[in-house]
Unconditional design. Sequence first.
Length: 320
Amino acid sequence: MKKILFLGECMVELRLSTSNALSQSFAGDVYNSAVYLKRAFPNVHTSFVTAIGSDALSNNMQHTVTLEQIETQMMFVHPDKAPGIYLIETDDEGERSFTYWRNDSAAKKVMDFIGEAEQATLEKADMFMFSGISLAVIEENSRDKFWTVLQSLKDAGVQIVFDPNYRPKLWDSPAKAKEQFDKAFALSDIALPGIEDFEVLYDLNSAEQVIKHCLSLGVSEIIVKNGPQSVFSFVDSKQEEHTIISVDNVVDTTSAGDAFNGAYLGSRLNDINIADSIKLGATAAGTVIQHKGAIIPKQNFNHAMTEKMTELNNKRQDNV
Ligand code: AMP
């Protein structure tokens, strides 16, 4: 069984309706990817690496992760920290605004829990995914340790995957974010950037420029997302543009990129070719944006993915 690790922060999500009713769930970029990967590909052993607290919400979070069939052995329990929280408010025009309480979250301490034994466990994985948000969340004084651990995973043959997911508010300065992102690209085998991240941070605004930047740092599999426009891939010296079937009924674009990443990586771990992996990633993203919230109902997601997988399998058989 192939094994993937996702390192990041899962947060408590609070949603305030226009009638002031509060609903609660759990979400976070790499966590969302882990959920969608495992739903689409139950044959991939999926593990989430983070730190949580010992409070009731942390316990519920761990239980929710377990219900998604994701391994929680590396969800470390901090004795006196609690999870980050964010609130989504939607105004009368449907415009959403977010408020975060995450500066002192347990997840910031994740590296404190990685000792020799944990590192040895991490090294047994096939793939390790983290994002620019995972990086920003790790405390500054633990970053050197993070880079050392990442290098050891790479040396052990684990494929490293990075999605920059740039969030300016999480960084002291754009220069600091760039410096850290370039370190991440330099250690990555697969990069999953969105053009938007590069426009804001690097002032690069075409897929070609994004690919060139990643290539210059040694990434071998580069997948560039660009909303409904298209997806570009650069693998084995070959650049290709993949069209996306645009969705008219967009309800909520939260976690579109995360769903894409999960389905794409699950496909690659199942040796599915680049073009079909992108099709499955785009199907996952295109389905998620037709529902409210980061994590959509399992039934709706699984139905769309099964349909697409059957279509791709039939096409492959016709071509044999
Ligand atoms: P983004 O993070 O906006 O680049 O979007 C991530 C992925 O979501 C894209 O690569 C597409 O696969 C998908 N996506 C985003 N917007 C749409 C849309 N309007 N219609 C269909 N797919 C979309």
